[in-house]
Design a protein around this ligand. Sequence first.
Ligand SMILES: CC(C)(COP(=O)(O)OP(=O)(O)OC[C@H]1O[C@@H](n2cnc3c(N)ncnc32)[C@H](O)[C@@H]1OP(=O)(O)O)[C@@H](O)C(=O)NCCC(=O)NCCS
Length: 179
Amino acid sequence: MFQVSLEKPGDGPKIEKLLDQSFGPERGRLTAYCLRADVPALAELCFVMRGAAFLCATIRFWPVLIDDHIGTVLLGPLAVGQAWRGQGFSKILLRHSLARAKALGHASMLVIGDPEYYKPFGFSSDLTNALVLPKAVEGGRFQACELIDGALDGVSGTVTPAIRPYADPQGAAPFAPGS
Ligand SMILES: CC(C)(COP(=O)(O)OP(=O)(O)OC[C@H]1O[C@@H](n2cnc3c(N)ncnc32)[C@H](O)[C@@H]1OP(=O)(O)O)[C@@H](O)C(=O)NCCC(=O)NCCS
């Protein structure tokens, strides 16, 4: 019996191993990692799928900003252990995450990945035409989906890492979904 649950504190090393196996040890050079540096993942959107004794799959999300003020989330990495692929696990994790992100108030989601894989979930590169990544990626791999219709209408600018809400005595702008 496999179940989706939030990551637990002790899952980190197993997830790192799964990601190394899935993306290779050089994965830190991928463009998406520029947007994750020095910023923690969104714990409320980091899910794993596990069986009795195995952690089979992982999905994580990072907070990012468009044009320094519009908060959204970057999907990834998403990986399913080789032995468990082709059984619908990634679809279950992704659908679960999309529903949770929407329930938590996020209006949109970005991803860098295979367009053929993400299209059935509502992602399109048409929605990122006006968005700029810190490092360019091959055509079509930078995609977005709207969790609220029209959320990305008229939105443009560079995507940068975001910080979580915090009490800043200097009054710096916090990250907030859809802000
Ligand atoms: C891609 C990956 C997450 C798919 O996981 P999975 O659990 O085997 O996928 P599922 O069984 O849920 O299948 C999902 C659908 O995507 C399709 N699919 C799987 N891998 C795909 C790929 N690389 N490109 C396009 N479509 C793919 C499947 O055929 C299936 O289609 P269907 O709904 O028409 O049957 C998994 O192969 C993996 O971890 N790969 C290495 C890391 C990676 O590439 N992550 C994704 C980043 S873009």
